[in-house]
Design a protein around this ligand. Sequence first.
Ligand code: SF4
Length: 273
Amino acid sequence: MTLPDDFSFSQTSLSDYADCPRRFELKYLLEQRYPAPIVAEQLELEHRIEQGARFHHLIHQHQIGIPPDLLTRHLDDDELLAWFALYLRSGLDDLPQVRYPEIALTVPLGDHALTAKFDLIAVDLGERAVIVDWKTGGRVPRADALAGRMQTVVYRYVLAKGGAHLNGGAPIPPERIEMRYWYAQGGESIRLPYSAAEYARDEAELRRLAAEIAARADFPLTEETRRCAFCIYRALCDRGDRAGSLAEWDGEGESDDLSGFTLDIEQIAEIAF
Ligand code: SF4
């Protein structure tokens, strides 16, 4: 199966491909609906996904100008209320005033496109731009691990490549871009600056990946079988019938965009177990 001409890559699809070419084929080319739970504790996972989605929705409403007391008046989830209170206290520290919540940008990538959906881009015109990603999981990864994530690579690259219209028509230089992950459970933030050298490196790697995927006629199963325990396709691949446990799942790059399937769990990437 080959890539359709109008295919648009995302951090999720590239991450899936990097994990397992066969998963990429099943999910994006064959659009195979998922036959197995991602983890053993599926109900708990769904609760976390729902809670994360509600948190993102709250922030979006706040960013478009709805007062906090109106937003929280009928909320009955104490954990969600605590996250939101922490966000109000520290989530917006040192952010430029011009804000673009829940914005998508698309740039060319080889013969295809690359789309990034941002939680928030905050811009100080001609000066700097900060990408913010809200996380509702409890575990805070190390900064070097976050720097290597496909999400970081794609988000910073796409803003540098395609963010001129947010900056008065002038491209935002990489060294004026920062990616910031903010963690709702403790209010911790991890800031990852960007550079021209990293931009050049990311562009080369993203183009290489896209070209490799476009040229593929077959998509082999990953040799790293540990990934299969947390993959929705393990039954199809004859890679076991038991899901891994939620506690052991890192949630990264496994299944953060299953929209179109049973669950609308686009926010699953925000849950770093
Ligand atoms: S079960 Fe394993 S081999 Fe099959 S798609 Fe998932 S990760 Fe790839």
